[in-house]
Design a protein around this ligand. Sequence first.
Ligand SMILES: Nc1ncnc2c1ncn2[C@@H]1O[C@H](COP(=O)(O)OP(=O)(O)O)[C@@H](O)[C@H]1O
Ligand SMILES: [Mg+2]
Length: 222
Amino acid sequence: MIHFDDVCYAYDGEPVLRHASFTIKKGETVVLRGPNGAGKSTLLRMLNGLIYPELGTYHFCDTKITADKMRDHCYSKWFHQQMGFVWQNPDAQLFCASVAEELAFGPEQMGLAPDEIACRVDDALELLGLARLRGRAPYTLSGGEKKKTAIASILTMNPSVWTFDEPLSALDEKAQAWLREFLQALKDAGKTLIIATHDASLSTLADRMLTIHADHSVELLS
Ligand SMILES: Nc1ncnc2c1ncn2[C@@H]1O[C@H](COP(=O)(O)OP(=O)(O)O)[C@@H](O)[C@H]1O
Ligand SMILES: [Mg+2]
């Protein structure tokens, strides 16, 4: 489903990904580990079609992901519906006037009918315990509530692949426990998960570990 072949990427000549080659199959849970600055967030941005390999290729469902391909509005719409990205910092992800609008945004972009959108929003609010916050402005929420809102805004699109950048960071114990259960539920539902994390406790979810070493080489272990 996801295939990297000899991918290299650098910022201003500084290599961040060196010759990354790996395949992730549908339904797999891959935990992405590596020291600070190794390139985990960069790899997630690339998976989500926000940056592109400078050398080598990235294929998603047999389509080569390039800047040109992502300029194809129809394709990029489909692609972003297939792959959800939960950013490390929810403030960077939330931009609507209310929680409910935030949840409706994705399905609106998908062109779904208004009653289908309303149904998805209500379901996600209920499932994540956000119903009482539906009219609140995202910037007035607590850190945990923001994270849940960001997750709910992806859930309403029902992507087959979920990518998470340090999902446990800045969450208290209770929110962390909730998130672990949520990740397990996504896995049980057959979703493909790619989770960048420092937290060893998430390793138990992993089918495989993808490690970016300090020298920016990338290794997929079974
Ligand atoms: N937009 C950027 N411009 C320049 N350098 C960047 C940018 N984003 C990240 N970097 C650098 O790339 C390296 C890898 O960053 P990142 O992917 O965020 O690592 P990780 O998520 O593993 O901590 C770091 O040295 C970081 O400073
Ligand atoms: Mg990071």
